[in-house]
Design a protein around this ligand. Sequence first.
Ligand code: ZN
Length: 138
Amino acid sequence: MIFTGEISLKTKGDGEIIDITAKVQKIVTDAGITNGIATVFVTHSTVGITTVEFEPGLVADLDKLWERLAPKNIPYGHDAHWGDGNGYAHVRASLLGASLTVPITEKKLVLGTWQQVIIVDFDNRPRSRIVIVQVMGE
Ligand code: ZN
């Protein structure tokens, strides 16, 4: 069976990281399947998704990584095109990716002890965000 759920979030932007593990697990539980996969997909072009050990040191490390990979203070073609000033946010989101697939066994997401599912909102202002969780299994 296939079950599709949705997570709505208000974010601050500017690289804010939000742990959505419990919300994804809730949708898996609601789906009522025992074994399968969950695809978690962000429907936005300035948000990325991955897994981390969600602790302040690593959050700071990731902030520095984004700045090294796609600095805020260099020219972007996107900004020249739209003038919305968030070219760096689009580039960072594209690098991180928009989806994550997590196996499900015995009704639980298969995650490591120190592994959380997070989204990163790279945009340059607070936003309302939707994350789609599609569960497939039996
Ligand atoms: Zn933009």
